[in-house]
Design a protein around this ligand. Sequence first.
Ligand code: FES
Ligand code: FES
Length: 166
Amino acid sequence: MVRLTVNGTVHNVEVDPETPLLWVLREQVGLTGTKYGCGIAQCGACTVHIDGQATRSCSLPVAGLPANAKITTIEGLAKKNGELHPVQKAWLELDVPQCGYCQTGMIMATVALLDQNPKATDDDIDSAITNICRCGTYNRVRAGIKLAAQATPDKAPAKTPAKNRA
Ligand code: FES
Ligand code: FES
């Protein structure tokens, strides 16, 4: 029995602990938004978040998850009221996907990048978004990241306001 917290819900699943997280998410938990591409941690189609870090789930046995890990999949990005995440909104506004197969991974990698670095430069994007798109949507992905960045709050600690002067 493996206990997983996915998108805020706890799941107890009967599975071989060596099973990659991707297949547990798709087949035991029933969340099929996360895709299988290469199976060897190269393409990024299977990207999910583990405790906020973008992670390629095809190559991570569930036994290797940190204790009490919080897993987020594409199905968990929107708010409970259905409002889409700013990255999803940017993707829709710019029609980023072509066939769409890689886009779950692109979006999950982008959300993790902007959460950690809302002012990501082109170099930062090149370093962080190494996902592969067979349709060649790279230019629109970059534009989507920049559009989403405009709507992503800077999580850096707020500066202490200056005291009023007499
Ligand atoms: S399917 Fe996981 S990186 Fe390609
Ligand atoms: S949109 Fe088709 S593989 Fe990326």
